[in-house]
Design a protein around this ligand. Structure first.
Ligand SMILES: [Zn+2]
Length: 325
């Protein structure tokens, strides 16, 4: 694909992302946080989320020597993700190919359900890894357990649970490469979606979701929303905040975690935001310089709080269910 008309991002530096949002940042919301009653049918679906499955996926992804986008391993990882989706029983699984900086790369795309006028829910996570000390090191060990096997495993588990459930809306799963070089995969895919005209109801990105200890308490997750501070399009801000509030309300009912808001930044939702799509995300706040495991060969599963990741996965799944009823 010709990329001369596609914008370029630098390597996403989450360590410089804006602060936690205070309540006054949300004061322009039209909708008040909805009171959500527990729905037994939703609870039954959420109970299907398995921490053992999450763990198994993270271990298998971490077992690739690395998942650097310029490494010899990156296509094996794409094949592995495709195989997981086919094994779940999906048949609409494909590679979205692109070339960037001379590298032929793939996003893995899976559709559940057919395209509708109302637009799809797009769930996104990147599968590549990098080392901070040398971003061009393609041969060293990079387990990337939290960044971002955690997000990939959560999406695969959501896909597994949803596979047997009829939904009113298409749910699209996108697994991106090239995130660490500058949101390559998501930029090409957002461009492709815009060109194709397929409508998106909301983008939900999962990037680093299982390493606790870097926010105010060990049970706290960020919900990333577009408050206008980091995005470039204004019309999608209020819808993003409303989706964020909806997710927060669902977390209170269905997930054993606390949530606070921060601005979307430095991850794969940004190329969608800049094209006007409404975006939110889940993020554990661990991409800070105080975290010795961030973009390091020590980003291994033993640093993760698997029960926390299990609850974050349930929060995102509850959101998907609430938007597909
Ligand atoms: Zn990441």
């Amino acid at each position: 694909m010709c990329i001369s008309h596609i914008e370029r991002y630098g390597p996403p530096d989450k360590t410089k992302s804006p602060r936690t949002l205070q309540s006054q940042d949300l004061s322009d919301l039209r909708a008040k946080k909805a009171r959500i009653a527990t729905d037994a049918a939703v609870q039954t679906v959420l109970n299907l989320v398995s921490v053992n499955n999450l763990e198994k996926s993270i271990l298998e992804l971490s077992n690739f020597h690395n998942r650097h986008s310029k490494s010899v391993y990156i296509h094996e990882v794409a094949d592995w993700i495709q195989r997981q989706l086919l094994d779940i029983g999906f048949n609409d699984v494909s590679f979205h190919d692109y070339n960037e900086d001379g590298f032929d790369l793939k996003n893995v795309i899976c559709n559940k359900g057919v395209e509708t006028e109302e637009g799809c829910i797009l769930l996104t996570a990147h599968y590549d890894t990098v080392l901070s000390k040398d971003p061009d090191d393609v041969t060293s060990r990079m387990p990337g357990a939290n960044d971002n096997a955690s997000g990939v495993s959560a999406l695969l588990e959501i896909a597994r649970v949803l596979s047997g459930i009829p939904l009113q809306r298409r749910v699209k799963f996108a697994f991106f490469s090239g995130e660490e070089q500058g949101l390559w995969g998501s930029t090409h895919y957002a461009h492709h979606i815009k060109e194709s005209g397929e409508k998106i109801h909301v983008v939900v990105n999962m990037d680093m979701c299982g390493e606790t200890g870097f926010l105010a308490n060990d049970n706290l997750s960020y919900i990333d929303i577009d408050n206008g501070e980091t995005g470039t399009v204004d019309s999608n801000n209020i819808p993003s905040k409303n989706f964020g509030l909806k997710m927060q309300g669902l977390a209170e009912v269905y997930a054993q975690i606390d949530t606070i808001f921060d601005p979307i930044d430095a991850s794969d939702y940004m190329p969608f935001e800049s094209r006007g799509y409404v975006c939110i995300g889940a993020y554990d706040g661990s991409a800070i310089s105080e975290n010795p495991h961030y973009h390091d060969s020590s980003d291994v599963i033993s640093n993760l709080n698997m029960n926390f990741l299990n609850e974050v996965t349930k929060m995102v799944l509850a959101f998907v269910l609430s938007e597909t009823k």
